[in-house]
Design a protein around this ligand. Structure first.
Ligand code: G3H
Length: 494
């Protein structure tokens, strides 16, 4: 069944060369160029992706623009049905998609499975939610000086053609979280998957097609961001861009697109403030999970911990003790491995290691890890870190947690608010009232009290400030972001 379902995606060679989806069929690009994808686990080539040409992007966008009004006019219950069928297909293919994801991006079996299951659940939830999203009518006489007789009908309508760009760390989930609300609100979608993770993303796209999306409503173009990114996002037919990726790329896209709606989830360096009264055992476990899940390659991963010297002196040994049972670096396919596998590439590992080396050279001390072999970065705890060091000031996409001693809560808040990032922050304290007071002073999208930063549950709003994002995601928020309000006013003839 998987073989039959996914037959059109690639040729039958080993490793397979994948095709792109032009809205109608899976085809080979006229460029004649492909990119090889290597498994981060062992360097084995998993497959090759097409590098599409600008002409092919033109054709795909032309079609997306042409069919969009028809798709928006399709009864909502029919669009909803396609999404539920897609979720069913994903569940049907759970094992196949899990092992593909694991091999392609090096997630542990548990993390890969949870991404697939979460995606099916998310699609169903969004498809259920859209039915209750409705506009409103407003009467003129509510406003001083106006009589009855004018009525505004306010509706949610589609933007038009939406470009969805997904990252390597959740190539299935963070693709679906964009594509599904965009399609449900009546937009057509041109999807650019990540390069690494692209094969899993193509499989997801195939399941949307199997579920019955009409021709041209969804297409998938592959190629590196450097080669096709700018052309795609600045194309005259594109009405909105939804993107997850690094802050640098987010800023770049925002400066290129001009005045179209943007929905961005970018980088984060997610601080954690631990107060002296915090319950240290659960705090330690949350910090470990928050910092090391999927090898720290989550935009919501904890990157640094702030506390007084004595709080950190109490906390660090508890974290180290807990790590013995809960963090084991290794091949993500092995049941022995816990939380930490390889990072996505040797280049990514080298970048993480460079930041660690810089911190150690500047006076920080590695109390755990601190080294890299190939693309396996040891789970690392750094103490005596300074806020201006790159392990804190930049987004280090690997399993590294820095500890910064502070003299006061105000100093901690000032460090957090000085950052160029503003995705999430955590505050650990037994006194939730104090947590709330501190939360009000922290300038990020979400403050977690007594929990590690995280996006889910997926109907919660998810957003970043500063270089961490634009707009709000999360089931209903995504549906609203993927559409706009349109008002039609009926006037009483005078
Ligand atoms: O990497 C960015 C993701 O949105 C993080 O999601 O908190 O569920 O891991 P997560």
């Amino acid at each position: 069944m998987p073989e039959e379902t996914f037959t059109p995606l690639s040729d039958t060679q080993t490793p397979p060369t994948y095709r792109f989806f032009n809205g109608k069929e899976w085809v080979v690009s006229k460029s004649g160029k492909t990119t090889e994808l290597k498994s981060p686990i062992d360097g084995e080539i998993v497959g090759k992706l097409q590098l599409v040409t600008h002409d092919e992007i033109d054709a795909v966008l032309e079609k997306a623009k042409q069919v969009q009004p028809l798709w928006e006019a399709t009864p909502l219950h029919q669009r909803v049905k396609v999404m539920h069928l897609t979720a069913d297909w994903i569940r049907h293919m759970e094992d196949y998609c899990t092992s593909l994801l694991m091999r392609e991006i090096g997630k542990t079996t548990g993390d890969a499975k949870s991404e697939i299951v979460r995606t099916a659940d998310l699609i169903d939830y969004i498809a259920d939610e859209v039915i209750s999203l409705r506009g409103e009518t407003l009467d003129s006489d509510n406003f001083p000086g106006f009589e009855k007789g004018r009525t505004a009908i306010v509706e949610w309508v589609a933007h038009g053609v939406v470009v969805c760009i997904a990252p390597f760390n959740y190539p299935v989930n963070l693709s679906a979280s964009k594509i599904v609300p965009a399609l449900l609100m009546g937009n057509t979608v041109v999807f650019k998957p990540p390069t690494q993770g692209g094969i899993s993303a193509l499989h997801l796209a195939q399941l949307f097609i199997k579920a019955g999306l009409p021709e041209g409503v969804l297409s998938v173009v592959t190629g590196s961001g450097e080669e096709i990114g700018d052309y795609l996002v600045t194309h005259k037919h594109v009405n909105m861009v939804a993107f997850t990726g690094s802050s640098d790329v987010g800023v770049h896209i925002a400066t290129k697109t001009g005045m179209i709606p943007l929905l961005f989830e970018c980088g984060g360096n997610n601080p954690t403030l631990v107060l002296p009264d915090a319950d240290m055992e659960p705090t330690a476990r949350e910090i470990i999970k928050g910092g090391f899940s999927y090898s720290g390659q989550r935009c919501t991963a904890i990157k640094y911990v702030l506390g007084t010297q004595s709080t950190l002196d109490t906390l660090l040994p508890i974290i180290l003790a807990n790590m013995k049972d809960t963090v084991v670096m290794g091949d993500p396919r092995s049941p022995e491995t816990k939380l930490v596998g390889p990072v996505i590439s040797e280049a990514a590992a080298a970048k993480v290691q460079a930041a660690v080396d810089e911190a150690v050279k500047g006076g920080a001390e590695a109390v755990a890890g601190g080294h890299t072999k190939g693309n396996y970065v040891e789970p690392t705890l750094l103490k005596n870190v300074k806020p201006q060091m790159n392990v804190v000031a930049t987004e280090v996409f690997g399993p590294v947690i820095s500890f910064i001693p502070v003299a006061s809560i105000d100093e901690a808040i000032s460090i957090i608010n000085t950052s160029t990032y503003g995705l999430q922050a955590s505050v650990f304290t037994k006194d939730e009232g104090t947590g709330l007071v501190i939360a009000k002073k922290i300038n990020v999208g979400t403050v977690q009290i007594n929990g590690s930063p995280q996006r889910g549950p997926d109907h919660f709003p998810f957003m970043g400030v500063k270089h961490s994002g634009l707009g709000v995601q999360g089931v209903r928020y995504s549906l609203e972001a993927m559409s706009r309000l349109k008002s039609t006013v009926i006037n009483k003839p005078s």
